[in-house]
Design a protein around this ligand. Structure first.
Ligand SMILES: Nc1ncnc2c1ncn2[C@@H]1O[C@H](COP(=O)(O)OP(=O)(O)OP(=O)(O)O)[C@@H](O)[C@H]1O
Ligand SMILES: [Mg+2]
Length: 330
């Protein structure tokens, strides 16, 4: 599949700024975030804690609430603007065309309702269905995400299921209406490695089969390497590098991406000390003038005191850096 921006883009985000407006001033949490996801494509969104991954997902899904606010930018779903819609319109869009899977499946599930009731409610929020039809759809959906004896599980309450099973139910609910876009925010982080692998493979297969666009948010580069087609790396509220996942992980252009990769343990690093990026991400209230990574960057020069634009390295790759690493392709 072409990774360039095409007419196939399901989601296009351009120059998105999201802030928290407080009595002590405006906290600029996202600045100039631009990204796109094509049909059937998986975009891995990575970065350290606090870099703005979840807020990007929430901004797209219309889930930013005061004092948070999307200040400017455009978000388009199949070319149609998403920002500026009424709350009612956004509710219709959520669940039906854009679905979210959270780290904690209990963000989706209600602890005091049986699975059947929850799935029926989710279906009926967007479709007119009889009880029997809803039940059949729910059973099919649970079956599709690999839940054994789905008819029996319908009578269960969430606490009667394992963490992995609960997450599968949350995924089944996200997929109920065949959304155009799924935003998955660290949905496997709380699960053990085997279950995590199964769920990754499952979501990847379902998205491929249905042509669903997927944003997979994680701080785990190994997960991104395994699931994503493209990767967007965030730092201090901005996308700093984007491109096909193999190219970026093999030959990163941004020194921050290089640092992230070097701090992941692998076979070659066994027994050696991992290279951590020195220093820490600046607070959003204390961002430097130019590149926010410059204070930690061994390549920084006075030129980095001016915020670099995101610039293309090739048709598929872009980086926000004055001194992109020479190992990256032109
Ligand atoms: N309600 C809020 N008020 C003020 N600042 C906020 C609020 N919510 C988030 N932020 C700030 O926005 C920044 C980005 O938060 P976000 O949750 O998107 O990070 P993240 O990349 O998802 O991190 P993590 O990996 O820890 O989930 C954080 O630095 C956080 O301090
Ligand atoms: Mg988050």
């Amino acid at each position: 599949m072409s990774s360039a921006k095409t007419m196939q883009a399901v989601l296009e985000v351009a120059n998105l700024d999201t802030s928290f407006v407080t009595a002590s001033g405006e906290i600029k949490a996202l600045q100039g975030v631009s990204l796109h996801v094509n049909k059937g494509e998986i975009l891995g969104l990575v970065g350290e804690s606090g870099s703005g991954k979840s807020l990007t997902g929430f901004s797209i899904n219309g889930l930013i609430s005061p004092p948070g606010r999307v200040m400017r930018g455009t978000i388009r779903l199949h070319g149609e603007p998403v920002l500026g819609r009424s709350a009612e319109d956004m509710r219709r869009l959520r669940g039906r065309r854009i679905a979210m899977i959270f780290q904690d499946p209990m963000m989706t599930l209600n602890p005091v309702l049986r699975i059947e009731t929850q799935m029926r409610d989710a279906l009926r929020a967007h479709e007119t269905l009889s009880r029997a039809e809803a039940r059949d759809r729910a059973i099919a959906a649970l079956d599709e995400v690999g839940i054994p004896a789905p008819a029996t599980r319908l009578t269960a309450y969430p606490h009667q299921l394992s963490g992995g099973m609960r997450q599968r139910v949350a995924i089944a609910i996200a997929l109920l209406h065949q959304p155009d876009l799924i935003i998955a925010d660290e949905p496997t982080t709380a699960l053990d490695v085997t279950i995590q692998g199964q769920i990754l493979a499952l979501v990847q297969r379902l998205c491929r089969e249905r042509g669903t666009a997927l944003i997979w948010i994680t701080h785990d580069l190994a997960v991104v390497a395994g699931i994503a087609d493209r990767i967007a790396v965030m730092y201090a509220g901005r996308v700093v590098e984007m491109g096909p996942v193999d190219a970026v992980l093999d030959r990163p252009a941004h020194p921050y991406t290089r640092g992230l990769i070097d701090s992941v343990p692998n076979r070659n690093s066994r027994g050696r000390r991992l290279r951590q990026i020195p220093g820490r991400m600046p607070a959003l209230t204390d961002l430097p003038e130019g590149c926010a990574f410059a204070p930690r960057c061994t390549h920084a020069t006075p030129a980095c005191a001016v915020m670099p634009e995101m610039r293309a390295l090739s048709h598929a790759r872009a980086v926000r850096c004055v001194h992109p690493l020479s190992e990256a392709p032109g």
